[in-house]
Design a protein. Structure first.
Length: 265
């Protein structure tokens, strides 16, 4: 069922209820809410104008840690495909596969917010299943933005999942994940500890206030094997006007102290 009010849409999708709400300040820009939670914001006129800080940080991280030129990117979690649209503009010639579990949501986005950039393929599948079926050494970047409501599903939070990600990455590739947490950030700490079981270099990027235990927000987990990439990331985030901070090295070791990695049960 679709209902419209001032161009807003309320749609029943496979995982609940989606709302497409027009941005009152920007023509052809839309907010996607899924089960009451703001999930994506898309500017169809200029996909590089990103409203959500954590999505912009995804793009900043990729620019910092990856060499120039086209990339092969696997996105686990689709939503309104804000980041794939942006990367298609920033990195022309990139090949991007977007995995989204909710077929009805994908059809809504394709119909109402069509993707016009080249090189973006949408696949309906479970994120872990798609990752485990990916060809070895086939991706330069894997982006995990996977939520059921406001929570990350448990089966994509384990050491085994991280190992599948590393298997799918090329040498020098990077795994990036978005999580939400609140003080004392136990979920984010355990996810960082989990990634440290698999990757040689792990960093956490978030607002400084959140890392000090204030409020609720998004944290980006960055994992790979290249120390130079992490150093470049620190320099890039140091210029972030929102006062983001990167935890890595000894500070990350302290961040995950006394926290155990999560394994499949």
């Amino acid at each position: 069922m679709i209902r419209g009010s001032d161009r807003a849409l309320i749609v029943r999708v496979d995982t609940g209820t989606a709302e497409l709400i027009p941005d009152p300040d920007l023509p052809d820009a839309w907010l996607l809410r899924l089960n009451g939670t703001a999930q994506s914001h898309v500017n169809l006129n200029d996909p590089t104008l990103i409203a959500f800080d954590y999505i912009r940080r995804f793009a900043d991280v990729i620019e910092a840690v990856c060499p120039p030129g086209p990339l092969d990117v696997l996105h686990l979690g689709g939503g309104a495909m804000t980041l794939p649209r942006c990367l298609a503009e920033m990195r022309p010639g990139s090949a991007q596969t977007v995995v989204e579990l909710d077929r009805a949501l994908s059809e809504l986005v394709a119909t109402r917010l069509p993707v016009t950039q080249d090189g973006i393929e949408l696949v309906t599948a479970d994120a872990r299943a798609a990752l485990e079926q990916a060809e070895p050494a086939s991706a330069d970047v894997i982006v995990a933005d996977i939520f059921t409501g406001a929570k990350v599903p448990p089966h994509v939070t384990t050491v085994e999942f991280a190992r599948a990600a590393r298997r799918a990455l090329r040498p020098g590739g990077w795994y990036l994940a978005n999580v939400m947490d609140l003080a004392p950030l136990m979920f984010a700490r355990r996810q960082a500890a989990t990634l440290r079981e698999v990757f040689g270099e792990v960093a956490v990027v978030a607002d400084a206030a959140l890392l000090r235990g204030r409020g609720t927000g998004n944290l980006l987990l960055v994992a790979g094997d290249d120390p130079a990439g992490v150093r470049a990331l620190v320099r890039r985030i140091a210029a972030d006007p929102t006062r983001a901070r990167v935890e890595h090295g000894p500070r990350l070791a302290e961040f995950v102290r006394s926290v155990r990695p999560r394994w499949d049960e």
